[in-house]
Ligand binder design. Sequence first.
Ligand code: GLN
Length: 280
Amino acid sequence: MPDGSVRLDALLVWASERLARSGSPSPRLDAEVLLCHVLGVERTWLYTWGDRKAPTFQRARYEALVAARASGRPVAYLTGTREFWGLSLKTSPHTLIPRPDTETLVEVLLELAVQPSGRLLDLGTGTGAIALAFASERPGWQALGVDRVPEAVALATSNAHRLAIGNARFQVSDWFATLAGERYTLVAANPPYIDPADPHLGQGDVRFEPRSALVAADSGLADLRHIVEQAVGHLEPGGWVALEHGHDQAAAVRDLLRGCGYVEVASRQDLGGRERITFG
Ligand code: GLN
């Protein structure tokens, strides 16, 4: 930590260098987001007021957060929030951290939601990201998010209240277990789909996220298969199921859908140009 009275811009340089050395893929961004969190300001404020100085108590808090980030902890768990679809969502270690890739799933759902009203089901909702983003764009629809983890349901419910999104609600359910007889216009999920042997699990933020939100048996396909099979009995006529999956699973998910009798099966690329969303 630099000593004496230190300008915010110098503090950012110090933190970025420290985070770069610790292997963060986005050291400057992390440094800025954490400083904004401590100061309670927006990032644009930092660009204007970099010549200001931080009081000692804030510098001490910042130093602790930078040290935690340097040890690998995800920024979204340190700040307790993450932006998704322009919504500021509370996050917790009980849930997956919402990722920009999943915004592609929201785009697909909005394209499929052609009627003025309908019912969306988001399976394994976590922070509520998919259900809340969708509900915020389609006020005539009702969104239900389910998760088998009660802490996730509580978090998603509090996100809905804080964002004043009244047409999304959340309940505990292990996939469709509590939804017998219920039908939906759209069924969406970003389920666990990582192969248990994937070396990616030992790197970066995923080390700190719940394994139950990331890893699935059968090369990562077990939960995708369960959802595809079960969704058949929970769709309204003409309804759609839309799923996020790994970049090498699109063909397998298309086969799963076709094998269960879905028609008009297609995949969509994520921001990186890889097929990550499949629907039918
Ligand atoms: N996209 C995430 C990752 O690769 C995984 C999310 C998931 O398994 N649903 O880190």
